[in-house]
Design a protein around this ligand. Sequence first.
Ligand SMILES: Cc1cc2nc3c(=O)[nH]c(=O)nc-3n(C[C@H](O)[C@H](O)[C@H](O)COP(=O)(O)OP(=O)(O)OC[C@H]3O[C@@H](n4cnc5c(N)ncnc54)[C@H](O)[C@@H]3O)c2cc1C
Ligand SMILES: NC(=O)c1ccc[n+]([C@@H]2O[C@H](COP(=O)([O-])OP(=O)(O)OC[C@H]3O[C@@H](n4cnc5c(N)ncnc54)[C@H](O)[C@@H]3O)[C@@H](O)[C@H]2O)c1
Length: 494
Amino acid sequence: MNETDVIIIGGGTGGYATALRAAALGLRVVLAERELIGGTCLHRGCIPSKAMLHAAELVDGIAEARERWGVQASVAAVDWAALTATRDDIVARNHTGVEGHLTQAGVQVVRGTARLTGPRTVRIEGAGEPSGEPDGEFTARRGIVLATGSRPRLLPGLTPDGRRVVTSDDALFAPGLPRSVLVLGGGAIGVEYASLHRSMGAEVTLVEAADRLLPLEDADVSRHLARGLKKRGIAVRTGSTLVDTELLEDGIRATLRTPRGEHVVVEAERLLVAVGRVPVTDGLDLAAAGPATDGRGYVPPADWSRLETAVPGVHVVGDLLPPPSLGLAHASFAEALLVAETLAGIPSPPVDYATVPRVTYSAPQTASVGLTEDQARAGGRAVAVNTMPLTATAKGMVHGRGGIVKVVAAVDGAGGDRGLPCSNEVESLGKTGEVLGVHLVGPHVSEMIAESQLIVGWDAEPSDVARHLHAHPTLSEAVGEAFLTLAGRGLHQH
Ligand SMILES: Cc1cc2nc3c(=O)[nH]c(=O)nc-3n(C[C@H](O)[C@H](O)[C@H](O)COP(=O)(O)OP(=O)(O)OC[C@H]3O[C@@H](n4cnc5c(N)ncnc54)[C@H](O)[C@@H]3O)c2cc1C
Ligand SMILES: NC(=O)c1ccc[n+]([C@@H]2O[C@H](COP(=O)([O-])OP(=O)(O)OC[C@H]3O[C@@H](n4cnc5c(N)ncnc54)[C@H](O)[C@@H]3O)[C@@H](O)[C@H]2O)c1
């Protein structure tokens, strides 16, 4: 029997980050991982997809150079082997880096599939091979952390074959990208992969069952995103469902039902299923320790302030958690800090999910934090809303790719529940209170959202922000200007 302080099952972002923080706080940690440290995000998710989206942006930049700036350039070809080698090198260097951090921190990484055998005991199958790691049963004196993550949700009758029907697990790892693709699901994965394939020259149809893309984001974000994707030649079909799929020799033939009830047939070389993810608990033997799954397979904590299940000492992080957790790598980092600090017995603030930024790395990008306008109004708040086009700034014109900054702020005192086109109306509405949400669409907004997450997280008001100037000329000026207007001091926005 191997005794330790903490056993973590799953070495993705949630699991490895819990291990690093717990070890830094002096706890002895065993981390069980059956595949590769880094999990979904590093090997099949965030990092390879963002590496390729960066390459896609460069391809788009060549078209812009030619069309707007007179640069006589064109893309002769994309050398797939070179592109994927760079991507794989980035992943490999990150992988080595994370493994190095774990070694330095003194975390004992055990390769194998773990299952619970009791509220404080775990069996790791395959441990002991090939390199003499201790085999078998481990006991945790402080607690166990479940961090087994998620996998793509599949639809009946659409079994991935790695060629004609794929998920995000294999879409980027085939020998090349298809000439045409039907993307099913207009969430973050569907939007990013549709954008990537289009940049690389594919014909893309993006099908979303809800009446808008990114249905959880602000309606204006969905509208501007759809407009930007359509402008790039992507066929966006919202409010549509897949009613039939026929496998062809070299592709698929899909029948879609449109919002009007019509049937439309689309043929494509590949169907990418991106309709969400489901938690992974199979083989964990949760019943042996006690924590239960909910109806959707998530492991809900009994105490969100400690992310602890109904079984004392058994904690959960990452994609295994139901909403309000967000299925995002950086949310899992925050959860990891909380759980490691809780296990170490030091005070730790609960995760404030309302201030976790949400970014989609498509072209155009979207980035948001806090409440959407509809959520703020549904919560009974009187709100002031100001929307500033990025192209109202000089740098926005330089980029020439549209975009918006939308700020939703509370209104204290007199005033009503209505939109706010200009600064004079702020005064007639009353004083604006704290900023409830910020929503960005356009180039580079993934990097611009950081200040807004502090603004929302620190309950700042537009007048607090308006005191601080933004460098000129930058895209961020549009954010500054949106707040200046809400504070009644607008310069360029009338
Ligand atoms: C295509 C794609 C793109 C994404 N892009 C982003 C992004 O840009 N930004 C962002 O914030 N998030 C992104 N995400 C989401 C992000 O990847 C997840 O939120 C994150 O990986 C969750 O981490 P996790 O530790 O909970 O689970 P995972 O990363 O899934 O890790 C779980 C680990 O547990 C291991 N495991 C499972 N069962 C056992 C067992 N019984 N024994 C031992 N090991 C086990 C698995 O092998 C795996 O390595 C993306 C996801 C996808 C699919
Ligand atoms: N940039 C990022 O942060 C990023 C990128 C990729 C993935 N992720 C995370 O990975 C997870 C999975 O992403 P996802 O996009 O697969 O899931 P998702 O749940 O965000 O989106 C799935 C979409 O598919 C739609 N849908 C469901 N069934 C459908 C059907 N039969 N036909 C048409 N549409 C259907 C849903 O309405 C939804 O809009 C999420 O937690 C996401 O946040 C994050």
